[in-house]
Design a protein around this ligand. Structure first.
Ligand code: IMP
Ligand code: MG
Length: 404
């Protein structure tokens, strides 16, 4: 059994949580490999909803939960989430090299957004960007530094005192964080090695999505970490050949929370309908998500750059509520049609989508058989992206999943 990597192919909120929960059975452990508590991964079982921000989405399957060195860890959020999963038989290990998000990072996140004024990114204000930035400054504490009290926290406070109106006392936070982190800190890359050496496999769970990647996304309207499969080896501390196959998760339309370019964004009417049917509100911030049509140009880019061979397609039930919908086949820019997303990236604000129209999905969902209109969409996606569509999801609940 090989390791498997799950990544989002759009701007996040593709339904990765559901897919990870569904697939977790075959794996020893699930590893969160990027971002921090800006993420919100939802798992629904028998009508009860669980949203994970920091822990991998496999607690309900009683899997071991690993948080890699490349994640920005907020001890307060972690503490809350661990208490929610207490009743499941899971073991949690957080890599001792991971970056810690402090209350100061959260204050800084808010302040930098205010400084940007009308060009604010619309971050989740969870302090993830500042924590990674401070890591690059060599000022942010790692998990190990909190535990051993070894980092010169005074330098971090001094740095922040130049920007923040008031730097609160952190002793209480440090003490609480130390108690928590001592119990769960470990060497995640060694844990993965041991599992693989014994013939077991792990699932790498990405957060956010390809188009929010710090380097390859719609910069500057992106998150502060890598979101692609190529971030896995760096973040979790395994060689690239151990990443395994890559499965991409794509919603059959697109959404985006926060500001930034969104070529296939729909008009208000369609947006309201889809948002309502798909409950498209941020699971971390509650903000209404912006809505767009399925965009094959950016999907092709995401498939290529992640090395995706298998795809999970989600939320088909939502489009089945529309009379018809559109799919973006190409971009028109400078009087030319192109399917080359990377080429368009520097002037992504200027591209105009070229659509095929008249698509429909009828409500023909079944665990054993997909109806004709669903099959047509799957065939189209497989052919256009040269991937295998492995899972099709038509509702939040774990049971509403068709496996091919
Ligand atoms: P940050 O990651 O909080 O710095 O936010 C940067 C951008 O990424 C904003 O547009 C956020 O809305 C977006 N973002 C961050 N995390 C997620 C996520 O898990 N799902 C969707 N969008 C996200
Ligand atoms: Mg989400």
């Amino acid at each position: 059994m090989e390791n498997l990597c799950i990544v989002g192919l759009q701007w996040g909120d593709e339904g990765k949580g559901k897919v990870v929960d569904y697939l977790a059975d075959g794996f020893d452990s699930v590893v969160r490999f990027n971002g921090g508590s800006n993420a919100g991964h939802t798992v629904v079982v028998d009508g009860s909803r669980h949203v994970f921000h920091l822990l991998p989405s496999a607690a309900l399957k009683s899997k071991n939960l690993l948080i890699a060195a490349g994640v920005a860890v907020d001890p307060d959020v972690l503490s809350e989430e661990l208490s929610l999963v207490k009743r499941y038989r899971t073991r949690t290990v957080v890599d001792f090299r991971a970056t810690v998000v402090s209350p100061l990072d959260k204050m800084m996140d808010v302040m930098v957004e205010e400084l940007r004024g009308p060009s604010a990114i619309g971050t989740t204000r969870r302090g993830v960007g500042p924590a990674y930035a401070l890591r690059a400054f060599r000022l942010s504490p790692r998990i190990a530094d909190i535990i051993t009290d070894s980092l010169d926290m005074a330098s971090m406070r001094n740095f922040y005192s130049k920007f923040l109106p008031k730097v609160p006392d952190m002793e209480d936070w440090q003490r609480k964080s130390r108690i928590l982190l001592k119990k769960i800190a470990g060497n995640v890359s060694d844990v993965i090695n041991e599992i693989n050496e014994k013939g077991g496999a792990v699932l790498f769970e990405g957060s956010q999505g390809t188009l929010l990647d710090l380097l390859y996304g719609t910069y500057p309207f992106v998150t502060a970490s890598g979101t692609l499969s190529n971030y896995v080896p760096e973040s979790v501390g395994v060689p690239p050949n151990r990443v395994g196959d890559v499965m991409g998760v794509a919603k059959c339309y697109a959404t985006r929370v926060g500001s930034g370019p969104f070529p296939t964004e729909t008009d208000k009417e369609d947006a309201a309908k889809i948002r309502n049917e798909g409950n498209e509100y941020g699971s971390t911030t509650g903000r209404p998500r912006r809505i767009g049509w399925l965009d094959m140009v950016s999907l092709k880019y995401a498939v290529k750059i992640n090395g995706v061979k298998r795809v999970s397609l989600t939320k088909l039930d939502v489009l089945s509520k529309l009379k018809r919908f559109k799919i973006c086949e190409a971009y028109s820019v400078d009087g030319e049609e192109t399917e080359d997303f990377a080429r368009c990236l520097p002037k992504i604000d200027e591209v105009r989508p070229v659509y095929s129209d008249g698509w429909t999905i009828r409500g023909e969902f079944d665990r054993n058989r997909m109806g004709g209109s669903v099959q047509r969409l799957i065939d189209y996606i497989e052919e256009r992206l040269r991937v295998d569509v492995k899972l099709v999801s038509w509702g939040e609940d774990r049971s509403m999943t068709y496996e091919r």
